[in-house]
Design a protein around this ligand. Structure first.
Ligand SMILES: *Cc1c(COP(=O)(O)O)cnc(C)c1O
Length: 410
């Protein structure tokens, strides 16, 4: 029997407990959705005010150099790099995850001109599949082959140009074997493009150790960069100068201020930039990234596992017999930092939880998703959230939330 006192005791000995102080957590809210939109770093408002009033207001155009705006994509990329096992010169912060997928997918196909297949998983995040379909339509000569990730190794053959997968599945939280899949792709002469949106800041990622070729990821989930924060992209050092950027904007140019009429891409990762980025959005992401400098990723992973284990144990202890099933891997080694719970009326249950200040989310058709962010979530909060879930199920309070018209953002 797990009780609240047990959870409070765990909070007292939590080596990451101090990190919570660096975030604004609304009073009375149990926020289990940091996997969709991370909490706001307390340093963000003052930093944004400084960018607006001093750097923009007073510095104006001088701030591109004086305030370091010009270097932001590379500087922030270097701060993301240690979280994903990359070198500082292998990552840039820029654009959105979707746009970065587009850029790198086209670049990957150009590196394998004699191959026709883009291999992915039907359970991949929709934008990843939509972008692949767009690329397919644009180039007009590729096949998008979809094979469930657990069988993807068997589907990698010499027709495949690129294998593109999301490392931690956005629905189930299943962690895919980056190293094994990358090795199989390389044996067949294919490239790999990984989406780290649900990985960075949540589970250990070792792009270099896995030999991964290309990767993208999101800045506003576990990295806490704010709504619409810049995303990032990674290109393995050895591949960088063979990339032909399809969005060949002036930020990718070797000499952007020469205003040459010929496009000559800069050497290195910078050629994957396109145009001017939002200094405001970059500044918000940067204060969030600076928090990670003081954080031990081993402790993050240990707490993530402990939080998800605790939640699953509480659901089993208190919600059994109410139509719920754990839809995430039971083996913590296979699981990212969220837990999906299946319930036939999952949308109504999630709405009933929201009405009680417990914020998770819902993924069609029947999955409630609860995200566990080790930097700012406590064990006691996990206990309380599970207690609310049990109460909503036991009382049937969700029945009043049934609707035929789900909200536009779930
Ligand atoms: C959140 C997420 C995205 C988001 O893409 P945007 O372009 O930022 O909207 C992409 N891929 C995955 C796997 C995600 O989880």
């Amino acid at each position: 029997m797990i009780d609240r006192a047990h959870c409070v005791a765990r909070d007292r000995s939590d080596p990451l407990a101090h990190c919570r102080e660096r975030f604004h957590i609304p009073e009375g809210l149990l926020y289990l959705d940091g996997n969709s939109l991370g909490a706001m770093p307390k340093a963000a408002p003052a930093r944004l005010r400084q960018v607006i009033e001093e750097e923009w207001g007073e510095g104006l155009i001088r701030s591109w150099l004086d305030a370091g705006w010009w270097d932001m994509p590379r500087r922030l990329g270097a701060k993301i790099a240690p979280l994903i096992g990359a070198g500082a010169d292998e990552v840039v912060a820029t654009d959105t995850t979707s746009v970065n997928l587009f850029k790198l997918l086209i670049a990957a196909l150009a590196l394998r001109p004699d191959r026709r297949v883009i291999l992915s998983d039907p359970g991949n995040f929709p934008t990843d599949l939509y972008i692949a379909q767009g690329v397919q339509g644009l180039l007009g000569r590729h096949e998008l082959r979809l094979v469930p990730a657990e069988r993807i190794l068997d589907a990698i053959d010499e027709s495949v140009a690129v294998v593109t997968l999301t490392h931690v599945d956005f629905k189930s939280a299943q962690i895919h074997d980056m190293k094994g899949i990358t090795a199989a792709a390389h044996r067949a002469g294919a490239l790999t493009l990984w989406d780290l949106s649900h990985s960075a800041g949540a589970v250990p990622v070792d792009l270099e150790g896995a030999g991964a070729d290309l990767a993208v990821g999101c800045g506003y989930k576990y990295l806490n960069g704010g709504p619409g924060a810049p995303a990032y992209l990674y290109v393995r050092r050895a591949l960088q100068d063979s990339i032909r950027p399809p969005l060949s904007g002036w930020w990718a140019h070797a000499q952007p201020f020469a205003f040459d009429i010929e496009f000559t891409p800069v050497a290195g990762i910078g050629r994957n930039l396109c145009g001017t980025q939002s200094a405001l959005a970059m500044a918000a992401l940067e204060v969030a990234l600076d928090i990670w400098r003081d954080v031990d990723m081993t402790a993050v992973r240990a707490k993530s596992v402990a939080l998800t284990e605790l939640f699953i144990a509480l659901v089993e202890q208190d919600c059994a017999g109410f139509g719920v099933a754990v839809a995430s891997p039971r083996d913590p080694a296979q699981r990212g930092s969220h837990v999906s719970i299946r319930h036939a009326e999952g949308y109504a249950v999630a709405q009933a939880l929201r009405a009680r200040g417990v914020i998770g989310d819902f993924r069609s058709p029947d999955l409630m998703r609860f995200g566990f962010t080790p930097l700012y979530l406590s064990y006691a909060e996990v206990f309380d959230a599970a207690a609310h879930l049990a109460e909503v199920l036991r009382s049937g309070a969700w029945r009043e939330m049934k609707t035929d018209a789900p909200a536009r953002v779930t």
